[in-house]
Structure formats: C-alpha cells, structure tokens
Design a binder for this molecule. Structure first.
Ligand SMILES: [Cu+2]
Length: 177
C-alpha cells in the first residue's frame, strides 16, 4: 500500500522534470546549462582565489606614529640598553643623566648626538626611517668601552649575537672609567 503510493509520486516528479527541461532545450539549441555553469564555475573559482589570497595576507598592523622612550644614562650603562621601535615611527628619546659627569646620547647613523650635563634631562626626536639595528652610545672618551652603549632596533629586529660584548672589548675596565 505504502510502496505503491510513493511510486506514484516519483513518477509524477520525473514527468515534471521532463516537462520543464524540454522547452529550454528547444529555445537554446546550444546547451544553455553547460554554457551558464561554465561561467558560474569560473566566477566561483575567482572568488575563492581572491578569498584565499586575501586570507593569506598578513594582517596589516598600524603602529602608532609616535613613541616616547625614557633612557637613563648612568655610570657605565644606558638603561634600557635595547630600544625597539617600528619602522617609520617618530621616536622621542628622553635621556636623563643621573651622574655628576658629562655624557652624550649618540647614534651615528641617525645623526643623533645629544650632550648631557650632570643631572640634565634632554630629549631628541628622530624618525626610524630605516630598518635595522643601530648602536647608541656615549661619546665621552672611554664611556662606550665602559658599557655606555645599547641598540636601537627598528622594524624587524636583528639582535646582535651577544649584547654583552661591546664593539671593542680589548680594554675591559669593568665599568670603571
Ligand atoms: Cu658617558
């Protein structure tokens, strides 16, 4: 009883499909279905490709345009001794000399050269326009060797192999100068 009933429904829908397909094929002698489907498939592939490419791109990180860093110039050290900024940032370094002798805060590559009187606090602003690692140091005689140096890392940081090794370790005076 049930089997007979469902058989009738199947037969009816098959008849309906045939009835719908026939006029379309008559109006468009070249196969309309494969023609349309080809373009739909290409469109779908283009959309998927665009989606994949967009998805694979790293998310754009927009760093703040300006950054301020406080640095202490002490007896034989800068603190911090590594400053990390993003490429293109305008960097303001505020250096405080906490000793009773003269120091400088110098970065050769960026034309930064600030003199620091005893107890003085000075600030210098520059643009981190180039990616890389740049040494900052004190230009007073002997101070660089004594440990008054550090590194400004711009963009993708390339840390020196050993930050404890000064540029010239020949005369190790253990921070005394
Ligand atoms: Cu110094």
């Amino acid at each position: 009883m049930m089997r007979t009933k469902s058989k009738v429904i199947v037969n009816q829908s098959t008849k309906n499909e045939i009835a719908l397909q026939k006029p379309l094929e008559e109006v468009f002698p070249i196969s309309i279905s494969s023609f349309v489907w080809r373009y739909l498939l290409i469109a779908a592939l283009v959309i998927m490709l665009a989606w994949v490419i967009t998805g694979c791109e790293p998310e754009e990180v927009v760093p703040p345009e300006e950054v301020e860093v406080n640095v202490t110039a002490g007896e034989g050290y800068f603190d911090p001794d590594v400053i990390t900024v993003d490429l293109g940032q305008d960097v303001t370094v505020v250096v405080e000399n906490v000793t009773d002798i003269d120091h400088t805060f110098t970065i050769d590559e960026l034309d930064v050269d600030v003199s620091l009187a005893p107890g003085a606090q000075e600030e210098v602003t520059f643009t981190a326009a180039e990616e890389g690692t740049f040494e900052f140091y004190c230009d007073e005689p002997g101070h660089r060797d004594a440990g008054m140096y550090g590194y400004l890392e711009v963009g993708d940081p390339v840390a020196p192999d050993d930050n404890d090794e000064p540029y010239d370790d020949d005369d190790d005076n253990n921070g005394v100068y």
